[in-house]
Design a binder for this molecule. Structure first.
Ligand SMILES: Cc1cc2nc3c(=O)[nH]c(=O)nc-3n(C[C@H](O)[C@H](O)[C@H](O)COP(=O)(O)OP(=O)(O)OC[C@H]3O[C@@H](n4cnc5c(N)ncnc54)[C@H](O)[C@@H]3O)c2cc1C
Length: 416
């Protein structure tokens, strides 16, 4: 069923009783060309592009819970491509271009809103750093603009410009950045993959990887054994567990990241705004809730909830940036399990285990990467060679000394 203004009007007249489920609920077949483990944003996008771009549709996505139950449905929905390093920026700019055509491409309303992302800076030195980052983005064809305090005051008068410790000197703006409705992205990719014949199998926990003479030949699951020619892991915060099933130890740690939403307020914050003297980012959803977050909790965990000390830390940082926040009430908080790599950048690569492909290391930033991650991971699986924009996102870069340290902060998850 295609979505259009006409179909919505027709269904409204019929009491909206004609809508059908947007994807099937198939039983697993004994064997697939490709199995993707993980029905999050990246697994579903990979399946979609495998079928659409590379004509490989004998594919199953195995998800241990329900479609979109992981980080894809738990993030703060920010999309942007204002990265700096050559190992990252072309990839994120490809993602931004895919975002810009995504709703038409998969015929689903993902509420993509290019409302602009502003990174605040608070000193002359930080202005220089941000100018450099903006220039790097411009060189890769992305957009970037330095705003002075006067321009910023017109856009966001509620900011704490004269903070005693963190006065605001301006902001780096990417106008094409913004937000997208996270779970609609999962639904859109899932529906698009299903329409092309891919089996999305929910409640199917992968418990083991089967190998013959070293080669991956299938998986053990809670729904039985399923064979495959190629196996792709897109399990985000659980990557170390699934890779361990093939005796692979990854340079990844799992950490909890919390997010917060306030009660619904009148429109106040038009853009996504991030603080430059601490980790804090905020936007306002279409329902009026202020959506915000900060740092990871800082200890390894698979729990999707965090500690109160991080709540306090995030609120303190937020109030430094927008004192008026103290008058809004927080409605909900939640957490997600993050796949933190040691340099803060992702891994999209083959593994030393034949027929096993890996997609992980998304840290704070995997939602914005979803389209390019799916596209380039599908390219890797289909052609058995990396897409040009992921050439540096290799698994062995840590042992070779070629890390992509985007933040320039060193090799620890709590620094990224
Ligand atoms: C609070 C929070 C805020 C964030 N904010 C942003 C943001 O604003 N912008 C941004 O770009 N990024 C953000 N992120 C990061 C982003 O959400 C993630 O990097 C991205 O969603 C990870 O990829 P995914 O969607 O495939 O992961 P997931 O949705 O987590 O998908 C992985 C799936 O694998 C499944 N799985 C795991 N093990 C198995 C198994 N053994 N068998 C079968 N299935 C399995 C899981 O159930 C899960 O559904 C945020 C993350 C969090 C937690």
């Amino acid at each position: 069923m295609r979505f259009s203004a006409f179909s919505i009007f027709k269904e409204a007249l019929g009491g909206n009783r004609g809508w059908k489920p947007q994807w099937r609920d198939p039983a697993p077949k004994p064997h697939y060309d490709v199995i993707i483990v993980g029905g999050g944003g990246h697994g579903l996008a990979t399946a979609y592009y495998l079928a659409k771009e590379f004509g490989i549709a004998n594919v199953a996505v195995l998800e241990k819970s329900w479609l979109g139950s992981g980080n894809i449905g738990r993030n703060t929905t920010i999309i942007r491509s204002n990265y700096m390093l050559p190992g990252n920026e072309p990839f994120y700019e490809l993602s931004m271009k895919l975002w810009e055509g995504l709703e038409q491409d998969f015929n689903f309303n993902a509420m993509i809103s290019q409302r602009g992302v502003i990174n605040l800076f608070h000193s002359d030195g930080q202005r220089d750093t941000y100018a450099r980052r903006g220039n790097s983005a411009l060189l890769e064809g992305a957009d970037a603009e330095l705003l002075n305090p006067g321009q910023l005051k017109e856009i966001a008068p509620f900011l704490n410009f004269n903070h005693a410790r963190f006065p605001i000197f301006g902001g780096l703006m990417q106008r094409r950045g913004g937000t997208a409705r996270h779970d609609a992205v999962a639904w859109g990719y899932g529906r698009g993959a299903d329409m092309r014949g891919i089996d999305i199998i929910q409640n199917c926990d992968v418990t083991g990887i089967i190998r013959k003479n070293g080669l991956v030949t299938g998986v053990e699951t809670s729904k039985g054994t399923i064979g495959c020619n190629r196996l792709a892991l897109a399990t985000a915060g659980h990557s170390t567990i699934t890779a361990n099933m093939a005796d692979l130890r990854l340079p990844i740690e799992s950490h909890v990241l919390q997010a917060f939403v306030s009660e619904g307020l009148k429109p106040a914050i038009d853009n996504v705004i991030t603080f430059g003297m601490g980790h804090f980012y905020i936007s306002q959803s279409d329902k009026g809730g202020l959506v915000f977050g900060g740092d990871i909790d800082g200890y390894n965990s698979y729990a999707r909830r965090g500690g109160l000390y991080t709540v306090e830390h995030v609120f303190e940082t937020g109030l430094s940036m927008i004192p008026g926040l103290s008058r809004s009430k927080v409605l909900r908080t939640w957490g997600g399990v993050m796949d933190m790599s040691m340099d803060g950048s992702p891994i999209i690569d083959k593994t030393p285990v034949p027929n096993l492909y890996l997609n992980t290391g998304w840290c704070y930033g995997g939602f914005k990467a979803t389209p390019a991650s799916g596209f380039t991971f599908a390219h890797l699986i289909a052609k058995n060679e990396p897409h040009p924009v992921t050439r540096q996102m290799r698994l062995d870069r840590f042992e070779r000394g070629y890390s992509i340290d985007e933040g320039g902060k060193g090799p620890q998850p709590n620094l990224h």
